[in-house]
Write a protein that binds this ligand. Structure first.
Ligand code: S3P
Length: 169
């Protein structure tokens, strides 16, 4: 068992961070938080609107502030957005304030799971597969560097992923 209060989920879009985080929180009796949800609640607007009006930079500023604030609590499970690790400040805070779990999914699975989603501005392009491939190449090393646990989520039920995490904690 890791002696650490918070569990932090990182990984690409479509890895299942929100679904698994919620299920894990029920199993462990911890409080679940999703940084994207908190950003939206605080902005009073959804993520596509924030990207539209403030650009990705505006979203990243909000994300950094939200992650810093949320991780000052203890006993939480935090699902982060797929791009949180691109900021050094976030990597520092996440690494220091929780056990980081990388939910890994192949690009093929990411594509399948995000295909119908309109809430991810970075994928609203003619070729989302190309975007997911490019982001994964940039971010996979960052997720790996930060993570204590790396869990494969490909073609698995959320319950089986959660059981594996609990066994390894
Ligand atoms: C992003 C991932 C999204 C959200 C935003 C940007 C990214 O979160 O934060 O659309 O840069 O990969 P999910 O990973 O929960 O989809």
């Amino acid at each position: 068992m890791f002696v650490c209060d918070n569990l932090i989920l990182v990984g690409p879009m479509g890895a299942g961070k929100t679904t698994i985080g919620r299920l894990l929180s029920q199993s462990l009796g911890m409080t679940f938080m999703d940084s994207d949800k908190v950003i939206e609640e605080r902005a009073g607007a959804n993520i596509p609107w924030i990207f539209d009006v403030e650009g990705e930079e505006g979203f990243r500023r909000r994300e950094e502030q939200t992650i810093d604030e949320l991780t000052q609590q203890s006993g939480i499970i935090l699902a982060t957005g797929g791009g949180a690790v691109t900021r050094e400040a976030n990597r520092k805070v996440l690494g220091q304030r929780g056990v980081v779990i990388y939910l890994h999914a192949t690009v093929e699975q990411q594509i399948e799971r995000t295909a119908k989603d309109k809430n991810r501005p970075l994928l609203q392009t003619a070729n989302p597969a190309e975007v997911l491939n490019r982001l994964f190449a940039q971010r996979d090393p960052l997720y790996r560097e930060l993570a204590t646990l790396i869990i494969n989520t490909d073609r698995r039920s959320p319950r089986s992923v959660v059981n594996e995490i609990i066994k390894k904690l």
